[in-house]
Design a protein around this ligand. Structure first.
Ligand code: HL5
Ligand code: SIN
Ligand code: MN
Length: 273
């Protein structure tokens, strides 16, 4: 899959683009089945909501499950990602944010790159997030909201909050934009939330400001996000790096393939499998 010139120009201007119909119903069923298998593996890569029990996110499924391993090199994701960053890429981070029906919690307004800059010493924002809708995303189930074009502002101003500092998973809450900044920015950068059926893909810039509301609907909102980083832009931590489930260490350039996802045999490897 190659993005039309207008699409990559739109990405540069808006900081995101939406591509509908990337995965078929049967591929989505395979992805959902793989997710159900993967969440049976316990460990620190499972992030919970404030109740300490309900799942909020699962990280690094591509290191445990063959279907996700295959997914990250699908040319439908990796091809456009390589085109947008114009570099060879590897997976810096892989997560599925599982916003549950009736109460899946919000994600605070933030930019991604400052987290990776400060926590991991990623040199530059030469990366792209690829979000795959595993469920239909509507105005009701807590879609990601972007401030259109806000990636162009850079991320000098984003700093971590004082207080309790987690040294593994960092919740966007710790990097939340101030209400003063948001009020000002939202006057200039339109708030917009790309929506669409399951199988839609959104490519978004690591410096775009984004957040999402709680899910008050009866429908889930599982959102898979693979962050591809330029192989020449790998983090250079001074001390102990964050765990590998958060920060990919294999920076070998990925090679795209054109297979369908159904053809993958779903046998898990790794802890607990
Ligand atoms: N949770 C991620 C991390 O690297 C950072 C957030 O949306 C990605 C900002 O710990
Ligand atoms: C969300 O899942 O709504 C937040 C996504 C993100 O912060 O990247
Ligand atoms: Mn984010």
């Amino acid at each position: 899959m190659k993005l039309a010139e207008e699409m990559s120009a739109q990405y540069d201007r808006d900081g995101f683009i939406l591509v509908p119909g990337v995965f078929s119903h049967s591929e989505l069923a395979s992805i959902k089945a793989a997710l159900a298998e993967d969440v049976t593996v316990k460990g620190p890569h499972l992030i919970t909501e404030d109740d300490g029990e309900t799942m909020r996110a699962v990280y690094a499924s591509h290191t445990r499950h063959p279907l996700f391993r295959d997914l990250i090199t699908s040319e439908r994701l990796l091809g456009p990602a390589m085109q947008l960053v114009a570099q060879d890429l590897y997976v810096h981070q892989f997560k599925i944010n599982t916003k549950r029906p009736f109460g899946g919690e919000s994600w605070a307004w933030h930019q991604d790159y400052p987290v990776w800059r400060d926590a991991d010493r990623m040199p530059e924002p030469r990366a792209v997030n690829v979000a795959v809708f595993l469920d239909d995303v509507t105005e009701f189930n807590g879609p990601v909201v972007f401030l259109r074009g806000s990636h162009q502002l850079g991320s000098e101003a984003s700093r971590r909050r004082e207080g309790d500092q987690a040294d593994e998973h960092i919740d966007p809450h710790d990097y939340a934009l101030s209400t003063t900044d948001l009020s000002r920015l939202a006057g200039v950068h339109e708030m917009t939330s790309p929506k669409g059926p399951a199988g839609t893909v959104v490519f978004f810039h690591p410096e775009i400001m984004h957040g999402s509301a709680p899910n008050i609907s009866p429908f889930p909102r599982d959102l898979l996000i693979a962050t591809y980083n330029a192989s020449t832009n790998a983090p250079r931590p001074l001390g102990e790096p964050r765990p590998e489930y958060l920060v990919g260490r294999d920076t070998t350039p990925l090679v795209p393939h054109a297979r369908l996802l159904e053809t993958v045999e779903t046998t898990m490897t790794g802890a607990g499998a």
